[in-house]
Design a protein around this ligand. Structure first.
Ligand SMILES: NC(=O)c1ccc[n+]([C@@H]2O[C@H](COP(=O)([O-])OP(=O)(O)OC[C@H]3O[C@@H](n4cnc5c(N)ncnc54)[C@H](OP(=O)(O)O)[C@@H]3O)[C@@H](O)[C@H]2O)c1
Length: 274
């Protein structure tokens, strides 16, 4: 298959490499992309195109891996360009956003949700797929490091799985950071860490790791938390947890470009008066 990748971000590039390692060719769109994306795409050996029309004219399938809040716009641009092949959206979006993209593309749409870090070693990362073309699309990744798993259900099922998974992982990280910020504000960090050392072993380390691990990606997690909150709301469940998590990550958004983020830097941002 000739596949188009929109776009080769940290995760996206490994999705493209998995397709390449499965015997498919991968092209990408250089127009408008940052130096970081250009470097990743070139290192992976993807073929570069300078316009969306040129890219889609030579492609039989499209893989969308981009910030969640850009997923619908990327799908709209592909539809507007007249693309008529299979379209895989592998972004962290709410099931109703997935259904919005389904409405644009019909049965050519495959819903995907990625769980795990960028796929750099076997067994680390899974791409869940749902929709009528899910099994066909799983073959795009049959020989690479990304494990494609088809699940039952209409478009929206794979996204719902991703929402539930990230609701816990990224939601609890945000909650821990909020708790550390509150302890600072109330000047009881020492006693809290002492109590955690007795009865909640591991939480101190986990909060440090949450700060350092989420800081560079917090800007992107805002959209993902909003998608999760909307998923809870659509199911008539409380959406406030993830609305708050979105705000935590929003306050950390400028850490994208900080070289060595720290817990102290994160707590400063969370507590800054706004
Ligand atoms: N990274 C992970 O560990 C991970 C894990 C599970 C799922 N995912 C999912 O994978 C998707 C992307 O993750 P990633 O790690 O590849 O992200 P990333 O490293 O931030 O890369 C995002 C890519 O999208 C491009 N982009 C930025 N703004 C855009 C916009 N407004 N419209 C279209 N494209 C835009 C970026 O280009 P520029 O370089 O020009 O900004 C970059 O090539 C997300 O939906 C995320 O939830 C990621």
């Amino acid at each position: 298959m000739k596949l188009a990748l929109l776009h080769p971000g940290e995760m996206g590039v490994t999705v493209g490499v998995a397709a390449q390692d499965s015997g498919h060719s991968v092209s990408w769109l250089s127009e408008g992309r940052s130096d970081a994306t250009v470097k990743r795409a070139m290192a992976a050996g993807f073929s570069s195109c300078v316009s969306l029309l040129e890219l889609l004219a030579q492609s039989e399938g499209v893989i969308s891996v981009c910030p969640p809040n850009a997923a619908v716009a990327v799908a709209q641009s592909v539809v507007a360009a007249g693309f008529d092949g299979i379209y895989l959206d592998a972004n962290a979006v709410a099931p109703h956003t997935a259904r919005q993209i389904h409405a644009l593309l019909g049965d050519r749409y495959v819903d995907g949700g990625i769980i795990g870090p960028p796929a750099l070693r076997a067994g680390s990362t899974r791409l869940y797929l749902s929709g009528s073309q899910a099994s066909t699309t799983a073959t795009w990744f049959a020989g690479g490091l990304l494990e494609a798993i088809t699940i039952e259900g209409a478009p929206g099922a794979a996204s719902a799985l991703k929402m539930c998974y990230a609701a816990y992982t990224k939601g609890t990280s945000a909650m821990l950071l909020a708790i550390r910020a509150l302890a600072e504000s109330e000047e009881i960090t020492g006693p809290l860490l002492d109590e955690w050392a007795i009865s909640q072993k591991g939480l101190a380390d986990r909060s440090e790791r949450a700060a350092i691990g989420t800081a560079p990606k917090a800007w992107r997690f805002v959209g993902e938390m909003e998608e999760i909150a909307a998923t809870f709301a659509a199911a008539r469940l409380p959406d406030g947890f993830h609305g708050a998590a979105a705000e935590i990550y929003r306050r950390m958004a400028d850490l994208k470009s900080v070289q060595s983020p720290s817990l102290a830097g994160v707590l400063d941002r969370l507590r800054a008066k706004r």
